[in-house]
Design a protein around this ligand. Structure first.
Ligand code: SAM
Ligand code: MD0
Ligand code: SF4
Length: 381
């Protein structure tokens, strides 16, 4: 027993040393890390993840404001509170003025980016020229706040991605959830795996930075997670995330259990080790502020899902938690960062990261932004 333990400790040390030297790990080595169990081993894993984060980002953490602007959706994802068939979910579609107001508040509070997220609302998705108001909104939010903008509208046609980019969007977020196509079909009912993936590849070609993500504790095995990590590497997403499944009232998976959080934390740490210079969120949307410390300690470097209170805005996995109490705010998050010896980056530091990554994309793909740009007065494109 002791000899086996010794052998495995030796192996762990070898792998972590390799990670520290920025050498690429094999799949078997990454899988070994995902399989760690003992407190001691996990502490070593998280320590390595934190030291890699520090190498690339110092003690700076980025903060993302979140605006769920429409909770209407034409899809029926089994895990989602906002699936079409859920008569229990809260539905709203915010006006442009309401969104701009929320974005301005978030910007004033010190976030570095505004994430505009929505269900696949038929109002935008199923009407001719339906995306035009959303495209215009991206431009207005950017103009009002001066901050980078992320758009999370679900799967949209390539020319719409191009329009978002032209309007000033910096990021396209669209999570595959799993890279096991069979599991995908069970989760994202009647949606195309290939189309969802292709939309992200297209976004990169349009010069948009891309966020890829997985959902864990939803029937995914360790080899599914490995498949997703490979998929993330292949896609070359600039931001990669994992969220633990949170069961939602009124959905087919309402009675499923939520996974032990160590699963998500290990995936965050392994992502940091495999993609040391990429952005990795600690989402407030899973366990609220109470879950922030562990996720940051596992190697995350972006706090996401900061929501202005009392504006009737919802979260995704936690539709209400901590929002109106004012805890999912910059002021609510800063004391946790400080306690961990970390600090919020400046808006300029974040912008410069974004600009550098966008410049890399343009070198790689050129740009598909073509024709006259109706939004050309935007300063930082
Ligand atoms: N409707 C768009 C889409 O699906 O791409 C945008 C919303 S998307 C940002 C919502 C994401 O939140 C999902 O992709 C999923 O990763 C996560 N999510 C949704 N329901 C969840 C749940 N019950 N537990 C954990 N994460 C969840
Ligand atoms: C979050 N609730 O950051 C948000 C959401 C969409 N781009 C992000 C899942 O956790
Ligand atoms: Fe709609 Fe997105 Fe929820 Fe799926 S995850 S039901 S696409 S809001």
């Amino acid at each position: 027993m002791a000899a086996l333990r010794n052998q495995s400790e030796h192996r762990l040390e070898g792998i972590l040393e390799k990670a520290g030297l920025l050498q690429e790990l094999t799949d078997r080595e990454a899988a070994f890390l995902l399989g760690l169990q003992s407190r001691d081993d996990l502490d070593k894993l998280f320590r390595t993840a934190r030291s890699l984060r520090e190498r690339f980002f110092g003690n700076k953490i980025f903060l993302y404001g979140f605006i769920y602007l429409s909770t209407w959706c034409r899809n029926n994802c089994t895990f989602c509170y906002y699936r079409k068939s859920n008569s229990k979910s809260v539905r709203y579609r915010k006006t442009a003025e309401e969104v701009l107001d929320a974005a301005a508040r978030l910007a004033a509070s010190g976030v570095h980016l505004i994430d505009l997220t929505l269900g696949e609302d038929p109002y935008f998705h199923n009407r001719k020229e339906g995306f035009q108001p959303l495209i215009a909104l991206v431009h207005q939010v950017k103009k009002r706040t001066g901050l980078p903008v992320m758009i999370s509208p679900g799967v949209v046609p390539g020319r719409i991605l191009q329009d978002f980019a032209t309007a000033g969007a910096d990021w396209y977020a669209c999570y595959q959830e799993t890279h096991n196509e069979r599991l995908f079909a069970e989760l994202r009912l009647e949606q195309s795996y290939q189309q969802r993936l292709a939309s992200k590849e297209e976004a990169l070609r349009c010069g948009l930075l891309v966020e890829e993500g997985i959902l864990t504790g939803i029937g995914d095995t360790e080899s599914d997670i490995m498949l997703s990590l490979q998929g993330m590497r292949q896609l070359q997403a600039q931001q990669v995330r994992v969220m633990s499944f949170v069961p939602q009232q009124g959905t087919p998976l309402a009675d499923r259990e939520t996974p032990a959080r160590i699963r998500e934390l290990k995936i965050i740490a392994v992502m940091r080790i495999l993609f040391p210079d990429r952005l990795i969120p600690a989402s407030l949307d899973v366990d609220g502020v109470a879950g922030l410390r562990d996720r940051i300690n596992a190697g995350a470097n972006v706090v996401t899902s900061i929501i202005p209170p009392l504006m009737g805005l919802a979260g995704v996995a936690q539709c209400r938690r901590d929002i109106d109490e004012g805890n999912r705010t910059v002021a609510g998050v800063l004391p946790f960062l400080e306690e961990m010896g970390l600090t919020a980056a400046t808006a300029e530091e974040y912008l410069s990261w974004v600009e550098k990554e966008k410049a890399k994309l343009i070198r790689l793909h050129g740009t598909c932004l073509s024709g006259s740009n109706p939004f050309s007065e935007i300063s930082h494109q």
